[in-house]
Design a protein around this ligand. Sequence first.
Ligand code: ATP
Length: 447
Amino acid sequence: MSSKSSPDLMSKIVSLCKRRGFVYPSSEIYGGLNSCYDYGPLGTELKNNVKRYWMDSMTREFDDIEPLDSSILMHPRIWEASGHVANFTDPMVDCKTCKARFRADQLESATCGQKPSKNPQSCGGELTAPRLFNLMFKTFMGPVEDSSAVVFLRPETAQGIYVNFLNVMTTSRQKIPFGIAQIGKAFRNEITPGNFTFRTREFEQMEMQYFVKPGDDMNQFERWKEIRIQWHLGLGLKREKLRFHQHSEKELAHYAKAAFDIQYEFPFGWQEVEGIHNRSDFDLKQHEKFSGKKLSVFDEATKSPYVPFIVETSVGCDRATLTLLVDAYDEEPAAEGDEEGPRVVMRLHKSIAPVKIGVFPLMKKDGLPERATKIFETIKRKWRAQYDEAGSIGKRYRRMDEAGAPLCLTVDQEVGTITVRDRDSMKQERISESALVDYLTKYFGNP
Ligand code: ATP
């Protein structure tokens, strides 16, 4: 029996994340800071694995994609050119009764802070007229806090790519079509953050901008839609939990010619995990206009310059990680005679699992801890492993199941052999100790 439909699935995941060190509330000893989270040991490993998997899938699978790491603080004119100063606003309404604030475009699904919680349209409270609210965080650069010193914390990583487009193309000797991939922090002063790490004010994005010849843009757009959904499926997400959502004319951002979201069915409904956008030549033309620098390329065929179109794939790293946690969470009722009770297991894909292998001596005697430690020392630099000799073997398996470790190795009195236990099937097989590294390399691939 699976607990997937259980309404309190999110609270179970939040509690497991805290208990096992995936995610903690930020500044907890000071009472927390709304919508900010810290990744613990397991969460850091998991998120780093997701980032590595994404960057590798971009820059190792495709020869025409280059990595970039641009700064968070950028010239303030960039945000005028991008449209963020003028357009990056969500119209908001306030409830005059309970004082809660809601996005005007999300009133139907909103609930207020009253107990019991009500929908702002049906509670009878009067709402203010919608007001605009800029989502960019402002700060000052240098010692003087005046308007000439204002800079913004970037609300997306994409602009850092656009303003480096010519630098990257020239230095890496790429030709259109080619892409630039970047992972980095973004900040948005979201009005209604929530649902754990789904919507926060500080988050990381994994964005790839693919520069194409006008006319090739819709082909490339369709190509990247397919590549990106396959990426999520490749990490083991369930097909029936993923879908595309096409942006209607009304939803399209000011820069977009076409846009699809990849959505996942979270316990709180279908929500965007990744956006795939055909941004036309809007961005590069805007930066040409605001910087006064040419950002065109020369077309050998027609002997004339043109400004490339951009196909963007943009996925939140924290949101992708949350999606993987939600998809992976499973509960199984206790088998007959099982003293440990129901089994909670994180069925994380082996390529992103934060711990790959648990290593246990069956008992703390007969030289078993020494043999198990030796095995742990042999494998730990290749695969993230944890040595555990505390408590019953059943408890140790449960700890590794909650951490999502795909394999556990147990050493018992039979010298020269190891028992390998598979997290998902719970099948155990005895292999020879000398074949272990080959076995693990075959299972996990070469690290
Ligand atoms: P939403 O409609 O959920 O606000 P968006 O359409 O504004 O998202 P984009 O600007 O397309 O999002 O950002 C690309 C990706 O960045 C999103 O698909 C999401 O994964 C991630 N992202 C955006 N805002 C947040 C946030 N506040 N917290 C966490 N991740 C975010």
